[in-house]
Design a protein around this ligand. Structure first.
Ligand SMILES: [Zn+2]
Ligand SMILES: [Zn+2]
Length: 356
């Protein structure tokens, strides 16, 4: 009897899905494939809840595919490996981030920056596999089958639920901090102390930068300092922008709601760089703020596989992990509501043992 039939067999897998744009998540069964030659099957232990999960369920970018199983901050255990897998064995604790494949041939892929793949990376959820027709389902499920080259090794020493958010929020920061050359002693401003922003504080601090958190809410001061910030500016106070003009080498802005960049650009020194990490709606930029002080406005998107591994190892070495609130999966719709109100410190993580 051919083993081919068995090797292609699918695995019925419990998940939570949105059936259409903006609909609440509800139990749903998906099919995962048995691992093919270079794939591993992972039992998911934890999955972080990212703001982009909400964006994608809302079809805010117009690219969503339904039914949708969100989740791209996945930590789990390898339970089965394909015949030709060389990197992993049963029992390994591994991670999966925002993408599960890419073309592997373009300049970006060769450079190890698969997130900028010229043919488009394969998103972990709400994307299509390289065949262009098999939809991808994310980490709000009990298991996932992934190519071995798109899997990360989770170093020991960090509680696994606190690792999950590193796979999106963590790498988003690490890659941009590295790319734009943030180093010890640099003056770094962080706009917005949310899921991504709290990791900017921790990682910039671990790199030795002098970190200042800018927030509308004065009551975030204690948290900001506890997370590693050296200073805090309450932006409710209009004079804050005048008093701190020209002060920073970098501004990292992870705010995902529409807002005015210009006030923040003016906080940069000559040659300073403001980096956008969120995807807010368009907002006008005053050219003079860039031109007169040779400032730069830039953006950055997650990171490649090699750099994500480097980030995980860096975090283990420096004791950096996300601050999380662990929830069972039936609380996920409530978690979305709370995130929209900024009521989370600082990332929800789903304990997948709650999904049967
Ligand atoms: Zn994310
Ligand atoms: Zn590519």
């Amino acid at each position: 009897m051919s083993t081919n039939v068995e090797s292609k067999a699918s695995l019925k897998t419990p998940a939570y899905a949105a059936q259409s744009a903006k609909s609440p998540l509800a139990p749903f069964t998906i099919e995962r494939r048995k691992p093919q030659s270079h794939e591993v099957l992972i039992d998911i232990l934890y999955c972080g809840v990212c703001h982009s999960d909400i964006h994608m369920i809302g079809n805010d970018l117009g690219i969503s595919i339904f039914p949708m199983v969100p989740g791209h901050e996945i930590v789990g255990r390898v339970v089965e490996v394909g015949n030709h897998v060389s990197k992993w064995k049963k029992g390994d604790i591994v991670g999966v981030g925002c993408f599960v494949d890419s073309c592997r041939q373009c300049k970006a892929c060769h450079a190890g920056e698969e997130q900028y793949c010229e043919k488009g990376m394969t998103l972990t959820f709400s994307g299509y596999e390289r065949d262009g027709k098999t939809p991808t389902y994310g980490g709000y499920s009990t298991r996932i089958t992934v190519d071995e080259n798109y899997v990360l090794r989770i170093p020991e020493g960090i509680p696994l639920e606190r690792v999950a958010p590193l796979l999106c929020a963590g790498i988003t920061n690490y890659s941009s901090l590295k790319h734009f050359g943030v180093k010890a002693g640099d003056k770094v401003a962080v706009v917005g102390l949310g899921g991504v922003g709290h990791m900017t504080v921790k990682l910039a601090h671990a790199l030795g930068a002098h970190v200042t958190v800018l927030s509308h809410s004065p009551n975030k001061r204690d948290d900001a300092l506890r997370l590693g910030a050296d200073d805090f500016i309450a932006t409710k106070d209009e004079s804050a922008f005048k008093d701190n003009a020209g002060r920073f080498d970098f501004v990292f802005d992870a705010v995902s709601a529409q807002h005015d960049y210009n006030a923040y650009l003016n906080l940069l020194k000559r040659d300073g760089t403001m980096v956008l990490l969120g995807l807010p709606d368009p907002s006008p930029v005053a050219a003079a703020l860039l031109v007169f002080q040779r400032r730069k406005l830039a953006g950055s998107l997650i990171g490649g596989i090699r750099e994500t591994q480097e980030m995980l190892d860096f975090c283990a070495e420096h004791g950096v992990a996300a601050d999380v609130e662990v929830i069972p999966i039936d609380k996920v719709n409530e978690a979305f509501e709370r995130m929209l109100k900024g009521d989370v410190r600082y990332r929800f993580v789903i304990d997948m043992a709650s999904l049967k």
